[in-house]
Design a protein around this ligand. Structure first.
Ligand SMILES: NC(=O)c1ccc[n+]([C@@H]2O[C@H](COP(=O)([O-])OP(=O)(O)OC[C@H]3O[C@@H](n4cnc5c(N)ncnc54)[C@H](O)[C@@H]3O)[C@@H](O)[C@H]2O)c1
Length: 253
């Protein structure tokens, strides 16, 4: 069951990057239940269309096939979203990739750059295309989906960890920049959720991931969506530049 109060975000428009599946799709579902129109930005047109069909929210959903690491594509998707819904009030930077698992000495340089380009530069590109409009409007909510790995690190995923730490620093910097404008910028740091980002998880890897989590289970995308939805709402009114833990007790700070 999806929580939601359709009057909460009525009349608002949310962009959810990586909204075609996993955590992004759960966030989209929750923001729709809260009354927002939602623009899904993701890589694969067929997956986007399937997501839009699942959401079954008709005119309140639009889909854009966009690579967030490409600033021209991001700017085009922002223009299309504005022409469809008028303005953007909420931006959830959720698009992300894990990249390879490899020791630093074996980690391909090109892959390191790609992970940073999608996870970190992609977040910057979307903020750059949308936050100035929010500032002009005097209202906006930005939520960056980082990871507990960006705070605590994990072995063999240096590109991912660095990109997520960068997202946290970008969150804090941008939040201070726009703090008096009505635009709040926060990050969430989930622990592992069993989505397609991992590919197929074998038992050994699953057990290693769970061993890190004091609560001993994966977080559900819907649980992350509930936290993100609050951060996207006017009820979140005095938190900005903050990093909200959702790691089942894993985070050490
Ligand atoms: N699943 C986890 O364990 C976990 C834990 C902490 C944080 N996160 C973060 O949550 C976010 C969503 O992850 P998920 O688990 O739902 O993964 P997922 O693989 O199921 O979904 C990723 C989404 O990002 C989109 N995407 C990937 N590259 C893109 C690009 N270049 N441009 C636009 N869209 C792109 C995909 O199309 C897809 O919609 C990621 O940022 C991830 O780092 C995930």
């Amino acid at each position: 069951m999806v929580n939601g109060d359709p009057s909460r975000l009525a009349g608002q428009c949310a962009v959810v990057t990586g909204g075609s599946r996993g955590i992004g799709l759960a966030v989209a579902r929750r923001l729709l239940a809260d009354g927002a129109a939602v623009s899904l930005w993701a890589r694969d047109q067929a997956v986007l269309e399937a997501a839009s069909g699942q959401l079954a929210a008709g005119a309140r959903v639009s889909c854009h096939c966009v690579d967030v690491s490409n600033p021209d594509e991001v700017s085009g998707a922002a223009d299309q979203t504005r022409s469809r819904f008028g303005r953007v009030d909420i931006l959830v930077n959720n698009a992300g990739i894990l990249g390879p698992r490899a020791a630093v000495g074996d980690y391909p340089h090109e892959a390191f750059e790609t992970v940073l380009a999608v996870n970190l530069t992609g977040t910057f590109n979307c903020c750059s295309a949308i936050v100035p409009e929010m500032v002009r409007n005097g209202y906006g909510r930005v939520v960056n989906v980082a990871s507990v790995v960006g705070k605590d690190g994990n072995p063999f995923v240096s590109g991912y960890a660095a990109s997520k730490a960068g997202q946290i620093a970008l969150t804090k910097s941008l939040a201070k920049e726009v703090a008096r404008s009505g635009v709040l910028v926060n990050a969430v740091t989930p622990s592992a959720s069993e989505t397609e980002i991992f590919g197929r998880l074998d038992d050994d890897r699953r057990q290693k991931l769970l061993a890190n989590v004091p609560m001993g289970r994966f977080v559900e995308p819907g649980e992350i969506a509930n936290l993100v939805a609050w951060l996207c709402s006017p009820e979140c009114s005095f938190s900005t530049g903050a990093v909200f833990d959702i790691s089942g007790g894993r985070a050490s700070f």
